[in-house]
Ligand binder design. Sequence first.
Ligand SMILES: C[S@@+](CC[C@H](N)C(=O)[O-])C[C@H]1O[C@@H](n2cnc3c(N)ncnc32)[C@H](O)[C@@H]1O
Length: 243
Amino acid sequence: MGLPAPGLRRQDRVRRAERDLRRRDGAPWEATKERTSPHRDRAGATIDHPRAYDLLSPLFLGGRRRVFLALSGLAGPRRGQRILDVGCGPGYWTRMLARAVTRDGEVTGVDLSPAMVAHARRKAPPNCSYAVGEAQDLAFPDGHFDLVVSSFTLHHVPEPARPSAVAEMSRVLRPGGRLLTAELRAPRIRPPNVFPRSAAHHTREHRHDITGALPELLAGAGLTVEQEGDLRPLVHYVTAVKA
Ligand SMILES: C[S@@+](CC[C@H](N)C(=O)[O-])C[C@H]1O[C@@H](n2cnc3c(N)ncnc32)[C@H](O)[C@@H]1O
């Protein structure tokens, strides 16, 4: 698949990339319905460089394997389960979860970035599938998944659309199913002002820190918050169950 043409609007780029992927992979495309989202104009900020992201994320997480092993322990995937990873990026966590559910289960990753989905597909084990899609318009039936996870993605969804995204995650969970969401939190100690202006803004004010809003977002979607906590250095997670 070629890179999306820069002159096209996002909506057209997503459609075109989906069509190219479908042609190339003959992938099981049932998971992706016609893109009719009311949020199309404010879908989310994609990351379209999976290889660079694969290199950088271990740095900002302070050890990717350690963090995702800990998050997996909290999410509690079991053999045979159906799991959805919303905003799966290059698919690192989906592959880890796929091992946990074994061949009896299946893991699906959804990401708004066609480049991320194409990259994740290349590395996918047989019980992992991926679709281009948007958190606030998930193309799955009600109650389809035992576990829904979403890591470092909700802050990419524009604030007004976040309740719809979490409502969708809740809708596709079965009763008794669990949701785990993780986000980066601001450092508790302010770093010295030695960074260039943009980096300083990012680290000192940390405009991506939405961790304080997570419990209310989950409760607003009808979920019962179970557990909330931090992982070193800057990860915050919340788990919730659907009644
Ligand atoms: C920081 S990355 C996290 C990737 C992966 N979950 C991880 O933890 O490594 C955020 C991902 O969310 C995707 N994204 C942004 N807005 C989205 C939306 N509305 N729906 C689904 N994915 C979205 C981006 O393309 C990007 O791959």
